[in-house]
Design a protein around this ligand. Structure first.
Ligand code: MOS
Length: 727
């Protein structure tokens, strides 16, 4: 099915199941410990050995003693693995050696009967290196950074930025930094591999089944049809499980070498340097405006680093679309750094980009002596500022700002910083905008109706804790006119039709649209079986009705199961319209006047993201994202050892993320909206929108509380205390 023109009224609009706050159908399995995660399967144990240098070569790798250790079944190294191909998505090799491309790059897997044996034997692997000095410091590498070759990463210029900026009566020129960050999901990267002859089955934790199936086949040099990936439950990903990673490849190689199934979970202390992370950025923002607050010139430049063949962090993305202004410049420069691989983490681009831009907007409003919300409203745009004929499909950004201001009590905020006290606490309120583009991806599904009236959906879509199972069940229930409990959803298996997968907040809308397409097929089959005109048949209350006649749906499958399979595909609607999601974050903080400790007291997000398919799971997505945004504002920071080239705090003791005690009252409001351009579901994504802007809202609240402007995240005590007002 092709989605080429904006959606009109369709069966989803019945809203009997869709749009209702619905408990997760997978909840009971998770809370009773019966949902099988990737690692929970009998197999021999693999333990990964990571490189002890960041750059250079292995000169000798002696595994003889490890091989002789008790219980050891096999040792895999680049030598023993033979020639490996390279997948599409990995910048560095998943099994390193003799060249080492980054610290903790996997160089060996030790397989043994027990985990303890594998771990003990891994300590007996003797490695000698010849070490080279790499580049590890973004600030130092910045001047040598270059433009990336891809079209979307080129400089974008509209009008004459320099001229307009120099002529502007009110100007801001400020530089902000965001640190390297880690996904730090609960479940480590984990896989169990089992070979049946030359066919591989891999139970794994992966967001994008089809990408990783392809990459596994390429890396092993075997046909794609010989690889099956199974990933029904995933304990978080945030972008860290978008791609095939070392543990999956090593499990496959280990299982081959040991001649039996092998399981590998990346050890937590290895995860951060072995896998991907969100790259640090340096961002310079310049804004010029009239005295009345109209932006006349806006420039956003961002520097980030990655391994050779890597890509820039696209932190300037939102600045191309969020505010009006005739003269514009965005620019990204990429430095080669020999740190672990940088890649997507929840809202890549916008999350760090808005951490900078939305402080800049706060600073600019202050220069203009203008309320920061008013300043944003004045500079709203209904069209893409670079291509003015291109409208947003929907854009209720100003409604988010106004609704948030009213609900949060913005009018009670003292615009004078450092003036509100509550005992020892300096209290402040801040806000920031949320923006994230909405992507759509082709997605397929298969839907069965059996003689018991059970509707079963099969698609390789994943649920990384987001609620995919539930919204897919809701979609099928709505389309087929059956109650939710009559729907079974089977996900995360490469034997099922290829879905959009979980990434870029496209999964919710795209995967349910694929289920919609398959249900349209199934409805046609069912109507035909019942002798009804499929073009007018209505499906509701377990019945199919047309032309004044009604039959139980179950009757359509009385003589055998009916199966509908299709994909939703997209044309060029996204070229005619700009599809984005919008929001506003409001934060109240207390900053300890004596210590500079920040406690967030209240948070509110108002989101406009098309139809909200399940307000309950969508809210969970947004409060999770707000929590992550708070972490980015105050805590998260991969500390780089600039001599040795690795992230020092590479475990959950050293890499700080918020805990329950850090999180205050959170409120989420979804504006009532449908986007007919996004898909027949009229939905968009919220999972990434929710983090966008949170960091800056916290930073702006801290400024309002203390009068101290911190432009380098995370905003830790040391950055505040010296500049705090006397108390
Ligand atoms: Mo997302 S960072 O594309 O999982």
């Amino acid at each position: 099915m092709k989605f080429l023109t904006p959606a009109t009224t369709n069966p989803i609009d019945q809203l009997k199941v869709i749009g209702h706050a619905t408990d997760r159908i997978d909840g009971p399995y998770k809370t009773t410990g019966t949902a099988p995660y990737a690692y929970e399967r009998e197999a021999a144990y693999g333990y990964v050995v990571g490189a002890g240098i960041a750059k250079g070569r292995i000169t000798s790798l002696d595994v003889a003693e490890a091989r002789r250790a008790p219980g050891v079944l096999a040792v895999v190294t680049a030598d023993s693995a033979g020639k490996l191909g390279k997948g599409k998505f990995n910048t560095a090799k998943l099994l390193g050696g003799p060249e080492i491309q980054h610290y903790h790059q996997a160089i060996a897997l030790v397989v043994a009967q027990t985990f303890e044996q594998a771990r003990a034997a891994a300590q007996l692997v003797k490695v000698k290196y010849s070490k080279e000095q790499g580049a590890y410091d973004l600030a130092k590498a910045k001047d040598g950074a270059k433009q990336h070759k891809d079209k979307e990463n080129q400089d974008k210029k509209v009008g004459d930025f320099d001229g307009a900026y120099n002529a502007a009566p009110v100007r801001l020129d400020a530089t902000y930094t965001t640190p390297d960050q880690s996904h730090a999901m609960m479940e480590p990267h984990a896989s169990v591999a089992s070979w049946q002859g030359d066919k591989l089955t891999l139970w794994t934790a992966n967001q994008m089944i089809n990408w990783s199936k392809g990459d596994m086949a390429k890396t092993l040099g075997i046909p794609e049809e010989n690889v099956r990936l199974v990933s029904p439950y995933i304990g978080g990903g945030f972008g860290g499980k978008l791609f095939l990673r070392a543990e999956a490849l090593l499990a496959a190689l280990g299982a081959k070498a040991a001649g039996r199934p092998v399981k590998v979970a990346l050890q937590r202390p290895l995860m951060i340097n072995n896998t991907t992370h969100r790259p640090a950025t340096i961002q310079r923002i310049r804004i010029g405006a009239t005295r009345e607050g109209k932006i006349s010139a806006i420039a956003h430049e961002s520097w980030s680093g990655d391994l050779p063949d890597g890509k820039p962090e696209t932190a300037v993305q939102q600045t191309q679309l969020l505010y009006a202004g005739p003269n514009r410049l965005t620019r990204m420069r990429l430095a080669v750094l020999d740190l672990p691989e940088g890649n997507a983490m929840r809202a890549p681009g916008e999350a760090p980009g808005l951490m900078a831009l939305e402080i800049a907007m706060d600073e600019m409003a202050e220069k203009l002596k203008m309320d920061p919300i008013t300043f944003r409203i004045i500079n709203d745009t209904t069209v893409d500022p670079a291509k003015r004929e291109r409208k947003f499909s929907t854009r209720r950004y100003v409604d988010c700002l106004r609704m948030g201001a009213q609900r949060f009590g913005w009018d009670k905020r003292n615009p004078q910083p450092g003036k509100t006290r509550d005992g020892r606490w300096l209290v402040g309120i801040g806000m920031a905008s949320a923006f994230r583009n909405n992507l759509v991806q082709k997605s397929a599904a298969r839907v069965r109706l059996d003689a018991q009236g059970v509707v079963t959906v099969e698609t390789d879509m994943t649920d990384i804790g987001t609620g995919s199972y539930t919204i897919i069940a809701q979609t099928a229930a709505e389309m087929m006119g059956v109650p939710l409990k009559q729907v079974v959803v089977r996900l995360g298996d490469s034997d099922f039709p290829v879905s959009a997968g979980s990434g870029g907040q496209w999964g919710g809308n795209s995967s349910t649209a694929g289920v919609y397409a398959a249900c349209v097929k199934l409805r046609e089959l069912a109507a035909q079986k019942l002798g009804l005109d499929p073009t007018v048949a209505e499906f509701a209350h377990g019945e199919v009705r047309a032309d004044g006649r009604a039959f139980p749906l179950i009757q359509a499958a009385a003589n055998g199961e009916l199966v509908g399979e299709d994909a939703m595909e997209y044309g060029d609607l996204d070229k005619k319209f700009q599809q984005s999601t919008f929001g506003a974050h409001f934060v109240e903080v207390g900053v300890d006047a004596a210590t500079g400790e920040t406690r967030v007291r209240r948070m509110l997000a108002v989101c406009a993201a098309g139809r909200i398919l399940n307000p309950k799971s969508a809210r969970s997505q947004v409060i999770g994202a707000m929590t992550m945004g708070l972490g980015a504002a105050l805590m998260e920071d991969l500390v780089v050892d600039h001599r040795a080239g690795f992230f020092v705090n590479h475990d959950l003791a050293g890499y700080e993320v918020p805990v329950h005690a850090d999180i205050p009252h959170q409120e989420v409001i979804f504006l009532d909206e449908t986007d007919p351009v996004s898909s027949p579901m009229k939905a968009k994504g919220v999972g990434e929108l929710g983090i966008c802007g949170v960091g800056a809202a916290v930073a702006n609240a801290i400024y309002n509380a203390t009068g101290v402007r911190v432009r380098n995240y995370p905003i830790t005590l040391d950055k505040l205390i010296a500049k705090m007002p006397d108390f």
